[in-house]
Design a protein around this ligand. Structure first.
Ligand code: EPZ
Length: 454
């Protein structure tokens, strides 16, 4: 029986990569997707005054979060081509976050804490799992309940009420959940008294959110460490803030240099935020030079070195980087073990890499990667955002042409990835569903250039 082959010209948009070109040059790193989404949710807490956010990445998810805020009553106005957002959250018109946006983008669930703190109630769809894991919300509920909220779940949605003001409490997180830490921190910011979160997530995105909330008048300390302390205040006001650069985008661009035998300077990359990633890059044989302006990533001569990765909460190796890094390990000289202790099923992309000649086996949370000397181009799907990054990364090194389908995932989280890679010498372009080459850069999503005065 012949294997089902993708028809020669599927009617689907795609990214096309011709591999084998070493990437050389300098590229600017955009703002952090995950910090931006958290900070946009945090802006809901400002009962008065304007907030101005700068350095936002021009990606679909930022546009979607702006839509969520507009729905809730926030006036938003993008400037500077979509990298600056002025917003005013002094008037909120509902406590309900639209279900279709929550299911489309999980980060919308981070409106729960701020709405509950600001309005005394919040209604939101349960985000559910996705193809990387069950992604439960029990720790969000544990934390908000500890602060005195009544949580009612049913029919796929959740209602949280706090008829009296939330009260500070001590919360222990059984897992250092990023989202739960964020929701609890934002809710505690307006609670009566002190909240301590033990085993809090330490990701740089948490640090960014805490810094932004403090700029709004909150009283938070320990953000970015395992013990977070929030002393509640009565009211928060708008603030100006510039988000940090995206360590996952920077890591992906650095790996693109490593897998192609290149030499790339990542302007604006934050060395401290990227330390778990760059330390593993060094173990894979890359030369990493850190400076206040950014990070230089130089490939090892010959094949990358095999090394083992264990994805775990920060300062562990980030789970959002294991996919692109594993693509490089597929070409390493030796066998590598990749374990993901954050999500229980985040290796689906390996079946796509196998089409390009990668050798791997998966046993529960660990994948065994046996390096091969070469990958060959193929038609592959991006099953999610980070899997898409792995496909493009592998395509940059593969012999021949790779076509990556389901490109909408990539546009959610990487700003103009094609253009950035092409500026480093990659032969990469987009084709529309009819196979016509699209040389113009992907326009900034129209949601990112609009003003909406609720
Ligand atoms: C955030 O998701 C990020 N999303 C994810 O990035 C990232 O992978 C993740 O943090 C971990 O770093 C955004 O920032 C928008 P979690 P989040 O709560 O908050 C357990 C990307 O590609 N858990 O830390 O949903 C559970 O095992 C995305 O940019 C509970 O047990 O992550 C889960 O697998 C993907 N109970 C693990 O924590 C809970 O209530 C990680 O979840 C919550 C989480």
């Amino acid at each position: 029986m012949s294997l089902p082959q993708r028809n020669l010209n599927p009617v689907e948009p795609r990214i096309v990569v011709r591999g084998g070109i070493p990437l050389i040059g300098e590229v600017a790193v955009s703002g952090s997707k995950n910090a931006s989404l958290a900070i946009l949710a945090g802006a809901l807490l400002a009962a008065k005054g304007e907030t101005i956010l700068r350095g936002l990445p021009r990606i679909g998810d930022v546009g979607t979060m702006a839509q969520v805020l507009q729905y809730l009553g926030v006036s938003t106005c993008f400037e500077d081509g979509g990298t600056t957002l002025r917003l005013n959250a002094s008037v909120l018109v509902t406590d309900e976050t639209p279900a279709d946006l929550v299911t489309r983008m999980r980060a919308s669930f981070w409106t729960l804490g701020p709405l509950l703190a600001r309005l005394g109630s919040a209604r939101i769809a349960q985000p559910g799992g996705c193809n990387i894991g069950a992604r439960p919300i029990d720790l969000h509920i544990k934390g908000l309940s500890a602060l005195g909220a009544d949580i009612d779940q049913g029919f796929g949605s959740l209602t949280a009420t706090a008829p009296n003001r939330l009260k500070g409490a001590t919360v222990y997180l059984d897992f250092a959940s990023v989202g739960a830490t964020m929701n609890i921190m934002m809710a505690a910011a307006l609670a009566d008294g002190e909240t301590i979160v033990e085993n809090a997530a330490q990701e740089p995105d948490i640090e960014d959110l805490g810094n932004f909330l403090n700029a709004m008048g909150a009283d938070i300390s320990g953000h970015g460490t395992g013990v977070l302390t929030v002393r509640g205040v009565r009211q928060l006001h708008g603030a100006e803030y510039t988000v940090s650069t995206d360590r996952m985008e920077a890591g992906t661009l650095g790996i693109a240099a490593g897998i192609t035998g290149g030499d790339v300077f990542l302007r604006g990359a934050n060395a401290a935020h990227m330390r778990p990633i760059t330390l593993k890059m060094r173990e894979a044989g890359m030369l990493i030079e850190e400076s206040p302006e950014g990070i230089r990533c130089v490939a090892r001569t010959g094949r990358p070195q095999a090394t083992n990765i264990t994805a775990s909460p920060h300062p562990g190796f980030p789970t959002d980087m294991q996919q692109a890094f594993t693509a490089m390990l597929c070409l390493a000289d030796g066998v590598s073990l990749v374990t993901d202790n954050v999500y229980e099923s985040r290796f689906h992309y390996l079946t796509e890499l196998a089409k390009m000649g990668a050798h791997s086996t998966v046993n529960g949370r660990t994948a065994v990667i046996t390096g091969v000397k070469r990958l060959t181009g193929a038609d592959v799907d991006a099953s999610d955002l980070r899997a898409g990054a792995a496909m493009v990364t592998a395509g940059l090194a593969a012999q021949g042409q790779t076509r990556v389908f389901k490109t909408e995932h990539l546009d959610r989280g990487y700003e103009r990835l094609n253009e950035k890679l092409a500026s480093l010498g990659a032969e990469i372009w987009r084709e529309d569903e009819f196979g016509r080459r699209l040389d113009t850069p992907i326009a900034t999503p129209e949601k990112l250039v609009s003003c909406s005065h609720a």
